[in-house]
Design a protein around this ligand. Structure first.
Ligand SMILES: Nc1nc2c(ncn2[C@@H]2O[C@H](COP(=O)(O)OP(=O)(O)O)[C@@H](O)[C@H]2O)c(=O)[nH]1
Ligand SMILES: [Mg+2]
Length: 443
């Protein structure tokens, strides 16, 4: 086996089909101690899942190495290749090497994995590319922490070794470190390689993570959701080898997908913090400029009022985003969010909005009685008028925001219940979906 792997590695990057067949014959089918007959419906211990898109030159080797890795763990296993519409011989090569091939018609790294995971039967699941960049014979090292209490193991290339030519300069020194740092900052984590493709987790952990990203950002999703699900995480150093065949990664498109995903899951950084900053700058600077006169002071005051308005909009976006994320299980309840939910009910929002509106209106009416001349001069009366107008606009938006926020608390329609056929002999009918308002802001 080792000889065969060494021989194959020497050929990396350029094998003919007949050489491939020879080598797969040399690896042979997996040995009986670890073989998992597909017809055997008993649970297996370990499922190695690989996504595959046109990897005919490497997938057979990866499957064979995975079997060797499984044999070394002494567990009963299976190897699943989730094929993503390969147009080469990947499927045949994978099957010949002893993998169960499942087909995922929808493109995307995440889609391929989700299909593979749904077919996996092991209590331990290992994931890794089918391009020979990860050495599946090192499988015992990757799954070992699971026996010592970890729920999820991340194989770290940066804590281990990156072989010459395995990673481009830009990915090694810019893309991966920058995205990993952003992820660590946004989610208060300390992972060393957020985009490693070699990982292992328990089935319970997989269920808890409820993964759903379709593309390359799936790699980030696992890291974030493992943390959100409070999984016990371990990192093990791994060696990253030069892949066989062409990379399917598009640096900018896939990098952006990662970043977009991280930002979408971070309403605090995306909306709330910039919102608070704009509000603070807008309001405090208004105070500083309070008594200043002249046309430039007036222009400055108007601009700062708009900054304040933008800040309040960002804050409410943050509130919407956090409420929505929580409603679909992407954000955990925190003491602050519970306090906000308890305190800011729809009725509180309406009273507060109406109060702000009326206070602002009173200031503007008072100013109109005094005359607009002093406002044009840009002094104190300009400041109070601008603050009055601001208060009116903020009040109106709080009023409508309160209604919008309450919509997140509407319950989803309950699943359709099929009623018996009506007395007129019509087709079975569906019960009407009910919509109810739950507690929280609706109370
Ligand atoms: N990028 C990408 N990879 C896919 C897809 N379907 C399966 N894969 C497999 O996912 C793995 C990761 O892709 P790869 O090109 O190696 O990306 P890299 O490891 O980040 O350089 C490989 O085994 C691909 O064959 C897909 O739709 N897109
Ligand atoms: Mg790869």
């Amino acid at each position: 086996m080792q000889d065969a792997i060494c021989k194959y590695n020497k050929h990396k990057g350029g094998l003919t089909m007949s050489e491939l067949v020879d080598i797969h014959a040399e690896f042979g089918r997996p040995r009986s101690s670890t073989t998992n007959d597909v017809s055997d419906h008993g649970a297996v211990d370990i499922s190695v899942v690989m996504p595959c898109l046109n990897e005919e030159n490497s997938v057979g080797l990866c499957v064979s190495k995975a079997w060797e890795g499984i044999r070394r763990t002494g567990l009963r296993g299976e190897v699943i290749v989730a094929d993503n519409g390969s147009t080469d011989n990947s499927r045949a090569v994978a099957e010949a090497a002893g993998a169960r091939v499942v087909h995922q018609p929808r493109r995307g790294y995440g889609n391929a994995y989700m299909k593979g995971f749904s077919a996996a039967r092991g209590r331990i699941i290992v994931m890794g590319d089918s391009d020979d960049s990860y050495d599946f014979t090192a499988l015992p090292d990757v799954v070992r922490p699971l026996d010592h209490g970890a729920d999820y193991v991340l194989g770290s290339r940066f804590a281990g070794q990156i072989r010459k030519g395995a990673m481009t300069w830009s990915h090694r020194y810019v893309g991966n470190p920058v995205l990993t740092t952003i992820l660590n900052v946004l989610f208060k984590l300390r992972v060393s390689d957020a985009h490693s493709g070699f990982r292992a987790f328990t089935r319970r952990a997989l269920d808890k993570m409820a993964l759903q990203c379709e593309g390359m950002e799936f790699a980030s999703e696992i890291v974030v959701k493992a943390a959100r699900a409070d999984l016990r995480v371990a990192e093990v150093p791994i060696t990253y080898h030069r892949r066989i065949g062409e990379s399917k990664l598009n640096s900018f498109k896939d990098g952006w997908r990662h970043l977009r995903f991280l930002l979408l899951l971070s309403p605090d950084y995306l909306f709330v913090m910039p919102g608070i900053a704009c509000l603070a700058i807008g309001l405090l600077s208004q105070l500083v400029l309070l008594g200043l006169t002249g046309s430039s002071a007036l222009a400055g005051k108007i601009m700062l009022a708009l900054v304040t308005l933008a800040g309040s909009q960002l804050l409410t976006f943050g509130l919407f985003a956090k409420t929505y994320a929580k409603s679909i299980g992407l954000d955990k309840k925190s003491r602050v969010s519970e306090w906000v939910e308890r305190t800011f009910t729809l009725e509180h929002g309406l009273v507060c909005g109406a109060g702000l509106c009326m206070a602002g209106l009173a200031v503007v009416i008072h100013q109109s009685v005094e005359g607009w001349g002093p406002v044009a001069a840009g002094g104190l009366s300009a400041s109070t008028t601008i603050l009055g107008l601001l208060s009116m606009v903020l009040g109106a938006s709080v009023w409508f925001d309160a209604f919008f926020l309450t919509m997140f608390h509407l319950k989803r329609p309950s699943p359709a219940v099929t009623l018996p056929p009506s007395e007129f002999g019509a087709e079975p009918r569906e019960a009407p979906a009910s919509i109810a308002v739950s507690g929280g802001a609706a109370n």
